[in-house]
Design a protein around this ligand. Structure first.
Ligand code: 6PG
Length: 503
C-alpha cells in the first residue's frame, strides 16, 4: 500500500462511520478506514467493493500504524466511536502514531467539557483537535449530514473542504434543502450545512442543544398524536395522514414527515399498524439530559426541553405505570365531535410550543457562549440545521431571518414573525392544553411551553412572595419595587403592623 495517499482517515466502522466514509469517498476523497475489530473493516470493504462505485477510494487497514502511515500530512483522522471512555482510549492508542500538526476530529456525541479537555491535552502535544457534531443518522451520514465543527480556525481551514463537500446542501436564497443525491452523485451547488461554530467545545455544545431540541420536537409530536388518538378516536393511519398534511405547511420538517410514515406502517408481523405494538417506553443516550442540566446550571429557563427528558423517564417506568393505572383515577376521556376543529387547534398548539422550544434552545446557547467565550452566529446555526440533521425544518429559515433582522435578538418569541404566530395560535394552544387537563391526557411539553410563554410575557410574577419567604426563614434579603434595583432589605419577620392571628 502506498504511503501518504489517503486524504483522511476514519476510525470506528459502526453505522455512522461506514456511511460517512462512503459519503467522503463519493466526493472524490481517498479515505483510510480502521475498526478495532478488523473483521468489521474487512466486511465493510468487501461489501463496498460489490455495491459502491467509489469503493476504489476506500482503503482498509488492520492496524493504527498502517492507517496513519497511509495518510497525507498533516494527517486528518475522524473518530466515530462511542462517546466517553472509548474516545479517550482511541485517542490514547492513536497518539504514538501522530506527529505535531495532525488533526483528530471527534464526530461522536461528546460532552462539550470532554471536548475542551481533549483539545487542551492534544494541543499540549502539538496536535490539533476538532469536536464536530454530526447529525442526520445513517442516511444523513451517507448523503449529507449537518456538521457542527468546533476547534481552532486554522484546524477548521484544513478540514473545511471535506466537510463542505460532504455536508447536506440548502438553497442559498430560500434555505430549502437540496434533494439528497444518489450514491456517487453528490449534490452540486447550494450552501453546505456546516460552518465553523467556534473554538474548543462550541461544536459539541451546539450539537447537544440540537439534540435537546430534537427531544422536545419529538415529544410535542407524540403529544399531538396522543390527543388525536384519545380525543378523536382516530386510528394510526388516519393520524399519519394528518401529519402528512401538516408536512405541507409551516410545520414541514423531517420529524413530521417520518411521523406520517411511521403511523401508516402496517405491522408486517401481524394485524394493524406497527406503532400500536411498539412498547411505550422511550430510551435515551444522554444528550437531552446534558442539555437540561446545562440549562439548570446556567439558570436558563428551558423547562420544555427538560420536560421532554422527564417525559422519557416517566415512560420508562412502564411496570409502575401499569400498577398505578389500577389505583389512581382520573377523569373519563370524552370524545370531541368536531375533528377538523380539534386537528387545527392541535396544529397551532404544536407550532406555538415549537417556537417556545427553539426559543429555549437558542437562549441556552446565548448564555453558554458567555461562559465559554464563544461568539455563536445564531442565524448560521439555524441555517446549518436546515438540511441534513434530525431537526431540519422549514421553520428554521424563519429563525435565520429573525437573526438577520436583529442579530442581538433577546428571545425568538420577540421576533415579529414568531410573535404574530404566537398571538394567532395561542387561543387554540390554551384550548388544547385545557382539553388535555380536563380529560386527564398528559401534555407535559405543550403545557410547559405554554407556562414558559405566559411566564416570559409577565411583567410581574409571584416571585415577590417567594423572595419574602426566603427572607422570612433565611434572611436572604429582598429588593423593593419602590426603591432602586441593587438595594437589598431585610425584615426581622414577623414585624410590627401585621394583624394578630386569632387564636
Ligand atoms: C442526530 C441524533 C443522534 C442521536 C440519536 C439518539 O442528530 O443524528 O441526534 O445524534 O444520537 O437521535 O439520541 P437518543 O438515544 O438520546 O434519543
Amino acid at each position: 500500500m502506498s504511503t501518504e495517499s489517503a486524504d483522511i482517515g476514519l476510525i470506528g466502522l459502526a453505522v455512522m462511520g461506514q456511511n460517512l466514509a462512503l459519503n467522503i469517498a463519493d466526493h472524490g476523497y481517498t479515505i483510510a478506514v480502521y475498526n478495532r475489530h478488523a473483521e468489521k473493516m474487512r466486511d465493510f470493504i468487501s461489501q463496498s467493493k460489490k455495491n459502491e462505485p467509489s469503493s476504489a477510494r476506500l482503503l482498509g487497514f488492520e492496524t493504527l500504524e498502517e492507517l496513519t502511515r497511509s495518510l497525507k500530512r498533516p494527517r486528518k483522522i475522524i473518530l466515530l466511536v462511542k462517546a466517553g471512555e472509548a474516545t479517550d482510549k482511541t485517542i490514547e492508542s492513536l497518539l504514538p502514531h501522530l506527529e505535531p500538526g495532525d488533526i483528530v476530529i471527534d464526530g461522536g456525541n461528546a460532552h462539550w467539557l470532554d471536548t475542551i479537555r481533549r483539545e487542551k491535552d492534544l494541543n499540549a502535544k502539538g496536535l490539533r483537535f476538532i469536536g464536530s457534531g454530526v447529525s442526520g443518522g445513517e442516511t444523513g451520514a451517507r448523503f449529507g449530514p449537518s456538521l457542527m465543527p468546533g476547534g481552532s480556525a486554522e484546524a477548521w481551514a484544513e478540514l473545511a473542504p471535506i466537510w463542505n463537500a460532504v455536508a447536506a446542501k440548502v438553497d442559498a436564497q430560500t434555505g430549502s434543502p437540496l434533494s439528497g443525491a444518489a450514491p456517487g452523485s453528490p449534490v452540486a451547488g447550494g450552501v453546505p450545512c456546516t460552518a465553523h461554530i467556534g473554538p474548543d467545545g462550541a461544536g459539541h455544545y451546539v450539537k447537544m442543544v440540537h439534540n435537546g431540541i430534537e427531544y422536545i420536537d419529538m415529544q410535542l409530536i407524540c403529544e399531538a398524536y396522543w390527543l388525536m388518538k384519545n380525543l378523536l378516536g382516530l386510528g394510526s393511519d388516519a393520524i399519519g395522514k394528518v401529519f402528512q398534511d401538516w408536512n405541507q405547511g409551516e410545520l414541514s420538517s423531517y420529524l413530521i414527515e417520518i411521523t406520517g410514515d411511521i403511523l401508516q406502517q402496517p405491522d408486517t408481523a401481524g394485524d394493524g399498524f406497527l406503532v400500536d405494538k411498539v412498547l411505550d417506553t422511550a430510551g435515551q443516550k444522554g444528550t437531552g439530559l446534558w442539555t437540561a442540566s446545562s440549562a439548570l446550571e446556567l439558570g436558563v429557563p428551558a423547562n420544555a426541553i427538560a420536560e421532554a427528558v422527564f417525559a422519557r423517564s416517566l415512560s420508562a417506568l412502564k411496570e409502575e405505570r401499569v400498577e398505578a393505572s389500577k389505583l389512581l383515577q382520573g377523569p373519563e376521556t370524552k370524545r370531541v365531535e368536531d375533528a377538523a376543529a380539534l386537528i387545527a387547534a392541535i396544529r397551532d398548539a404544536l407550532y406555538c410550543s415549537k417556537i417556545c422550544a427553539y426559543a429555549q434552545g437558542f437562549q441556552l446557547m446565548a448564555e453558554a457562549q458567555k461562559i465559554y467565550g464563544w461568539n455563536l452566529d445564531f442565524g448560521t446555526l439555524a441555517q446549518i440545521w436546515r438540511g441534513g440533521c434530525i431537526i431540519r425544518a422549514r421553520f428554521l429559515q424563519k429563525i435565520t431571518d429573525a437573526y438577520a433582522i436583529d442579530p442581538g435578538l433577546k428571545n425568538l418569541m420577540l421576533d415579529p414573525y414568531f410573535r404574530d404566530a404566537l398571538h394567532r395560535g395561542q387561543s387554540h394552544w390554551r384550548d388544547v392544553v385545557a382539553l388535555g387537563v380536563r380529560n386527564g391526557i398528559p401534555t407535559p411539553a405543550f403545557s410547559s411551553a405554554l407556562a414558559y410563554f405566559d411566564g416570559y410575557r409577565s411583567a410581574r410574577l409571584p416571585a415577590n412572595l417567594l423572595q419574602a419567604q426566603r427572607d422570612y426563614f433565611g434572611a436572604h434579603t429582598y429588593e423593593r419595587t419602590d426603591r432602586p434595583r441593587g438595594q437589598f432589605y431585610h425584615l426581622d419577620w414577623p414585624a410590627e403592623g401585621r394583624p394578630q392571628l386569632q387564636a
